[in-house]
Design a protein around this ligand. Structure first.
Ligand code: ADP
Ligand code: MG
Length: 659
């Protein structure tokens, strides 16, 4: 293992931030807020917290907190810092992300997601236990980071001893300074090498294929020790496909060249995927340096843009795309879509090739597309996402008029109004816009309001055991495993778990059967289920059960009365309902938009499609797909207070589906 032989003290001293250590500490002592700008890899995330610690910021028992927009970064950086400090992870250095807390009473440096710190403000609105908080990766403008900065405006007045350090890559920084009354900006002098940028002559038809072709070309035409390759993809699915296809293509070449027969015999390269759902031990492999006879090919999401630094990258391949949450406030729809990145992000990506020497960035899009199709800066998340969760949180923090909250960039008025409406229709707010008792209960769960609501109503309806399982299963990515080379087999395995009227119930069924098989991993493997996801769901279930217990909510089982369960789901998701409109087609009730059931759904392709459904998530690709769907009775939709425009023509489940 490389880590044990590395001289961490030497490495620490070689980082650009080390040269300005005392200057920085001086500035921090003199200012309550400051902004630190530095190239990726200069040492902001791993070093600043340690400098503060060494300078005595924990001497009175208070903590140094450091927030990250991404879970993966919080975990990986905490691990790195614990190694550098020669302590066990979870002791002096720990991390906390949603549903996973690796800290202890000894913890003095705490890395956490911005969402975690935001929830901590609910329990202690002046954050007494911290002496200093580093808001890292602020340029990324994640929703929770933006909200935190607004909250700090008030906290700083009450806590004159609290230090706030905001770190940013080179974009956007003066905005933060202005927001905090011209807080001082400090730029860490950096060293970077020139990166040659090569555009595609034509827009590629298939970005995965284009990326694979480029990778194979680089790998075969350059010396192995000339450097590693980093490919930017959009998400887990295309990352895994890319890895598989690279292996396939290279294997064909190597068969001809060396007469080998299996990919595992190829010993001059290592292909490493990285995305947030990947288990930590696999993620940490990307940091290990390879020896000179091996080339590393890292296939990553935009997490590798600034939040994780990977050593040795010389070639970058940029698809110019990322998966983003997009929100239409007029119709109140949130969805994931693959969209072009901004120019600033493209430049960050290219920059990854020039950390240790001159590099080359291949952009899989044309120069015209860079100029014409990409924004200069990305739109902050707060302006393109549903804000129900944020509004509920602000209301819980006694911000009575959310329209007047100091947002660094205000969200569209329509988005705030839609969120207020959604919370009101879910019963979290009363007619005056004040938090109701139900709303107060909802805010106690680390979940989106609709999921908190179905947990709360499930208790009254006698199916909280089951709903707890469903909500936990919805909180993990990818329960089913679908390897490329065994798709048909895995689809069949998946379909064996289907409950025809509901994907939610199908998830419940998976969990139930897994439990009946003693939570076995081999059983998961046999049935094409992701064991790690199920373990995580199980863990989340335990934690949510604790939250429910604390609130005095009983865990009761419906004894598999599936109608009660479907009804509860409907109560939380009545604003996400659709009605059948033709063969295999649905119309989204609130907006009139044409939608379809996703092919992975238990309801897909049923001869007898249910007339009304609610869904958990909308996926926009070439079409609008409803993901995780449950058939519902239209009268439940009415009872949930949802106004249906064609109420007179409505019939009950039984009349429409006489079975
Ligand atoms: P910044 O936050 O300024 O981008 P970091 O503090 O994340 O920089 O990284 C500083 C250095 O520490 C980088 O050179 C990086 O290679 C190294 N590093 C960071 N995380 C790890 C890790 N998990 N394992 C090994 N090295 C790491
Ligand atoms: Mg960093």
């Amino acid at each position: 293992d490389q880590e044990t032989t590395e001289d961490v003290e030497e490495t620490r001293k070689s980082l650009p931030v080390y040269k300005v250590r005392s200057q920085l500490l001086q500035l921090i002592r003199e200012n309550q807020v400051m902004i630190i700008i530095g190239e990726t890899g200069s040492g902001k995330t791993t070093q600043l917290a340690q400098y503060l610690y060494e300078d005595g910021f924990c001497n009175d028992g208070r903590l140094i907190g450091c927030t990250q927009p991404r879970r993966v970064a919080a975990m990986s950086v905490a691990k790195r810092v614990s190694t550098e400090m020669h302590v066990e992870l979870g002791q002096e250095v720990g991390y906390s992300i949603r549903f996973e807390d690796l800290t202890s009473p000894n913890t003095l440096i705490k890395y956490m997601t911005d969402g975690i710190l935001l929830r901590e403000t609910l329990l202690d609105d002046t954050l007494e236990k911290y002496s200093c908080i580093i808001i890292d990766e602020a340029h990324e403008r994640s929703l929770n980071t933006d909200v935190l900065m607004g909250i700090f405006k008030t906290v700083l007045k009450k806590r004159t001893d609290l230090k706030i350090i905001i770190t940013s890559a080179t974009m956007n920084a003066s905005k933060f300074s202005n927001f905090f009354g011209k807080a001082p900006l400090f730029t860490i002098p950096g060293r970077t090498f020139p990166v040659q940028v090569i555009y595609s002559k034509f827009p590629p038809e298939d970005y995965v294929e284009a990326a694979v072709t480029e990778t194979v070309k680089i790998h075969l035409s350059t010396p192995i020790d000339s450097g590693d390759i980093l490919i930017f993809m959009t998400g887990q699915e295309d990352i895994e496909t890319t890895c598989d296809v690279i292996k396939e293509k290279l294997l064909q070449v190597y068969i001809k060249k060396y007469g080998i027969s299996k990919f595992s015999e190829i010993n001059d390269l290592e292909i490493l995927p990285i995305y947030s759902a990947l288990p930590a031990h696999i993620q940490s492999r990307i940091f290990r340096s390879t020896d000179n006879n091996k080339r590393k090919i890292v296939v990553a999401t935009n997490i590798a843009e600034t939040s994780l630094t990977i050593a040795g990258i010389r070639y970058v391949i940029d698809t110019g795309l990322s998966k983003l949450k997009v929100y239409n406030p007029k119709i109140g729809l949130d969805s994931l879509a693959i969209t072009p990145i901004a120019q600033a992000n493209a430049n960050q990506r290219s920059g990854r090739a020039g950390r240790t020497g001159p590099g080359i960035a291949y952009r899989l899009y044309t120069e015209e597309s860079f100029d014409d199709d990409m924004y200069v800066q990305a739109i902050p998340e707060i302006q393109r996402t549903n804000l129900s969760n944020t509004v509920l949180l602000l209301k819980s923090l006694s911000v009575s008029d959310v329209l007047k909250f100091p947002f660094i960039d205000p969200p569209p008025l329509q988005t705030l109004l839609t969120s207020l409406y959604e919370l009101w229709s879910n019963g979290a707010l009363d007619n005056k816009g004040c938090l109701t008792p139900l709303g107060k209960e909802m805010a106690k769960f680390p979940l989106q309001p609709s999921l908190s609501k179905i947990l709360l109503v499930s208790a009254q309806n006698g199916c909280s055991e089951e709903m707890l399982t469903i909500v936990s299963m919805l909180s993990v990515p990818q329960v089913f495993h679908r390897p490329n080379e065994r798709q048909e087999e895995s689809d069949l395995a998946r379909s064996r778990f289907f409950i025809p009227e509901s994907d939610h119930l199908s998830l419940l069924n998976v969990y139930g059967q897994w439990r009946n098989n003693n939570f076995s991993s081999s059983w998961c493997k046999k049935h094409f289920l992701q064991y790690k996801s199920l373990v995580r769901a199980h863990d989340i279930r335990t934690q949510l059960a604790t939250v429910m217990e604390k609130q005095g909510i009983q865990l009761v089982s419906s004894g598999s009365d599936w109608n009660i369960i479907r009804k509860c789901i409907c109560v939380g998701f009545s604003h996400q309902a659709a009605k059948i409109s033709g063969l295999g087609k649905y119309i989204h009730l609130r907006t009139g938009m044409d939608v379809q059931i996703h092919p992975t759904s238990a309801l897909f392709g049923l001869g007898d499609l249910p007339p009304y459904v609610v869904y958990h998530e909308l996926l926009m690709t070439s079409k609008e797909y409803l993901c995780c769907v449950t058939s519902v009775d239209p009268f439940w939709l009415m009872e949930s207070g949802f106004l249906l425009y064609d109420i007179r023509r409505m019939k009950t489940d039984k009349e429409m589906n006489p079975r």
